[in-house]
Design a protein around this ligand. Sequence first.
Ligand code: DGP
Ligand code: NA
Ligand code: NA
Length: 211
Amino acid sequence: MSTSANRGAFIVFEGCDKSGKSTQCSLLVERLNRDGISAQLLKFPDRTTTIGKMIDSYLQQSCQLEDHSIHLLFAANRWEAMPKMNELLNSGVTLVVDRYSFSGVAFSSAKPELSMEWCREPERGLLRPDRVFYLTVGAEVASQRGDFGAERYEKKDFQAKVATMFDKLKDDSWTVINADKAVTELSNEIFEHAMNVINSAQTEKLGKLWL
Ligand code: DGP
Ligand code: NA
Ligand code: NA
């Protein structure tokens, strides 16, 4: 591997359900590619793998899984993607990732049985994102968006708990973005933030999460 080649940036989007993350992730990747910056969209959970299919069936409420056990499957679904993500980043591809370990900890620790400390453990040592864009919308706005309530965690009181967990996980690698605005305005704002991250990532080493 050439030492002079620039690595890609690792950008994560987080937020409660229906915060507009998925739309913004896609728009960002399109815009970057249009501007000649090599970027790829990834999403967790990745429902296409063997582990991902179990997660999908849990989320669609077609099976029950014990709380600790499903937490470990979500983490395993990230670990199985590490070799590919490492390779892409080191070959200069910027990764725009729709949810990551912060969703892992926030959603699981919102359950009464699971502590934040326990939830962090299986996520430790995963690649650390250069920046987290945390999209916020009011609970009222989110719950009125298309098919809210279709999946397991899409309940207003649970989402409010998840939001308090996200607040506890927040550190200075997060940019909090008010997502309660027009799609285009929001995507322009996010693009500006992303360009700063991509430029500064080139001189920084990739880190490991929570070590
Ligand atoms: P999405 O496909 O982004 O809508 O995510 C599916 C749902 O699963 C959503 O309610 C957020 C939740 N979720 C995402 N990642 C994790 C995780 O690692 N652990 C848990 N418990 N929930 C997660
Ligand atoms: Na969802
Ligand atoms: Na808890």
